[in-house]
Design a protein around this ligand. Structure first.
Ligand SMILES: O=P(O)(O)OC[C@H]1O[C@H](OP(=O)(O)OP(=O)(O)O)[C@H](O)[C@@H]1O
Ligand SMILES: Nc1ncnc2[nH]cnc12
Length: 183
């Protein structure tokens, strides 16, 4: 099933926008309103599962917290394991750690060292692509564990924040269901 323009419009219209959250100048694209609509949530997952069904994906990685909401159901749909990348101090086993910059701050992300093996082909899923810092750090973590990342998929791309070009420069294929300006 290739996404139709009507389906993508339906998803786009389910996402509310909040001016000046969490600070002045940020136009926040709120994916929780999509989650509240079961038809929109299910469609977003179905479209991603269909797209990657025959792509040889062996694991899906999602980043805390909103990436879990989309990565985990996509992993189930593909019949592969879901691996969480988490904020510091949350994972109990030995971790790799990478710091990164956000549109509104800096943070660190961690991945269980033994969650990904050499030979794994990983699909990274997140709700939203802004500057690309979160997913660049996530890709570095996966590569340190020996995995290969060819694809990153998002519900929302904030196209004027240049995240897509940043991830493409790392050699990734980038796919987003809807595009919005970030400001
Ligand atoms: O492309 P970037 O500039 O890195 O920004 C995108 C990231 O920012 C948001 O997460 P956030 O860190 O706010 O955490 P949350 O999912 O816990 O709300 C969003 O869910 C992405 O993961
Ligand atoms: N503008 C934005 N809206 C929603 N989530 C975000 N994460 C980073 N930038 C964001």
């Amino acid at each position: 099933m290739t996404a139709t323009a009507q389906q993508l419009d339906f998803l786009k219209n389910s996402i509310k926008s909040i001016q000046d959250y969490p600070k002045p100048g940020i136009l926040f694209r709120d994916v929780t309103s999509l989650l509240e609509d079961p038809k929109a949530y299910a469609l977003s997952i179905e479209l991603l599962v269909e797209r990657y069904r025959n792509a040889g994906i062996t694991k899906v990685v999602g980043t805390e917290a909103r990436g879990f909401l989309f990565g985990a159901p996509v992993a189930l749909g593909l019949g592969v394991g879901f691996i969480p990348v988490r904020k510091p101090g949350k994972l109990p086993r030995q971790t790799f750690s990478e710091s990164y910059e956000l549109e509104y701050g800096t943070d660190r992300l961690e991945l269980h060292c033994d969650a990904i093996q050499p030979g794994d082909v990983v699909l990274v899923v997140d709700d939203l692509l802004a500057t690309g810092g979160t997913i660049e750090a996530t890709v570095k973590l996966i590569q340190r564990a020996g995995g290969t990342v060819k694809d990153a998929a998002f519900i929302i791309n904030l196209f004027d924040l240049a995240g897509e070009a940043r991830l493409k420069a790392l050699g990734l294929n980038v796919y987003s269901l809807v595009n919005f300006p970030g400001h």
